[in-house]
Design a protein around this ligand. Structure first.
Ligand code: GLU
Length: 339
């Protein structure tokens, strides 16, 4: 049997906070419990959002926590490059395959056109109905009637011609398939969504030339042989569209485990405003890594009480079935509590 390959894939848009550290910890625990390989991938797709120095700081923060990895931007490996900003040729190859399979189309609709659809779909929190986690979106899905009719056989060759005098003024969308998508999440159980009805066709390359997260994550997970994806529950509703994309590209789907969110003292998702909840701030306040690891494990349901623990102490008993599904609200004075 081939070894499990997990990945940790932060976006370098700010300093690492307690929520991302918790995701990293669980990703690491599961991979190490299975004797697998941990890949570190930098999701620096969107240059304006990249904050210089945060990728290096994240590597340092994880090492401080006591986590290690086997492949990544610093270590190299057989599946590089490990920074998405250097992986354009992989994304172009995937777009070409989707175009050849008739699953891609150019979308020249303006922002104004899209606004006539009331609001663009945005994901809602999951709801459980009769033991099934339903994933839904608010807003109007991209109308199938807006797909261009009668595209010429070589439209994509002309579209992606590097010698063209002007870049094409269009986004590229993935034509989603009709019907329910179902999968089993290691934490949230059976999950379902009708992607066509809830979300509609998905942008894979933006009009300004940037590749979309939905494309890059799928292409990279496939190319890097990722068999297990651990990430926040805010991405649970993205999973069905990613599964459709994986199927269209002909790859095996990884196993998914989504983690409940960590909220600040006001009950909101952690953001840049919660500067005191970054690993750097906690470290500067004198919090030790094992106190934080123990607290994170407690918040997940892996320990009955918050006790200082090295990550390695938690490997033996790790099991996704023990993780709670409820979001975790941090106390205002987390640093003081952990000293
Ligand atoms: N880059 C995303 C983040 O930092 C994670 C994407 C994923 O795990 O699929 O939240």
């Amino acid at each position: 049997m081939s070894r499990v390959r997990g990945r940790w894939a932060p976006t370098p848009s700010g300093l690492l906070h307690v929520g991302s550290a918790r995701t990293a910890l669980v990703t690491w625990l599961s991979v190490r419990a299975q004797g697998g390989v941990l890949v570190w991938r930098l999701e620096d797709l969107d240059p304006p959002r990249t904050v210089p120095g945060t990728a290096e700081a994240a590597l340092e923060d994880l090492a401080w926590l006591g986590l290690d990895w086997d492949e990544g931007p610093d270590l190299g490996g057989d599946h590089g490059p490990y920074c998405q900003s250097e992986r354009g040729p992989f994304y172009e190859a995937a777009l070409g395959r989707l175009a050849a399979a008739g699953r891609l189309f150019p979308c020249r609709r303006s922002r104004k056109d899209l606004q006539t659809l009331s609001t663009a779909p945005h994901d809602l929190p999951p709801t459980e109905v009769e033991g099934v986690t339903r994933l839904s979106a608010d807003g109007t899905p991209y109308p199938a009637a807006w797909r261009p009719q009668g595209l010429s056989a070589d439209w994509y060759r002309n579209f992606s011609d590097p010698s063209a005098s002007r870049p094409p003024d269009a986004a590229l969308r993935f034509q989603v398939a009709a019907g329910e998508v179902s999968f089993d999440d290691a934490v949230y159980g059976r999950c379902q969504q009708d992607v066509a009805q809830q979300v509609g066709d998905v942008v894979l390359k933006r009009r300004d030339g940037l590749y979309a997260y939905q494309l890059a994550v799928v292409v990279d997970d496939l190319a890097m042989g990722i068999s297990e994806v651990v990430r926040g529950v805010d991405l649970l509703a993205s999973t069905p569209r990613q599964l459709q994309l994986i199927e269209a590209l002909g790859g095996p789907a990884p196993r998914y485990a989504h983690l409940p969110l960590v909220l600040n003292g006001d009950g909101e998702k952690l953001s840049k405003r919660d500067g005191g909840l970054t690993l750097q701030a906690l470290r500067q306040a004198g919090v030790g890594p094992q106190r934080l690891v123990g607290y994170l494990a407690y918040s997940l349901g892996l320990l009955e009480r918050p006790r200082a623990k090295a990550p390695g102490d938690l490997v033996k008993d790790f099991d996704f079935g023990r993780l709670r599904r409820q979001d975790w609200r941090l106390p205002e004075d987390l640093a003081t509590g952990l000293l």
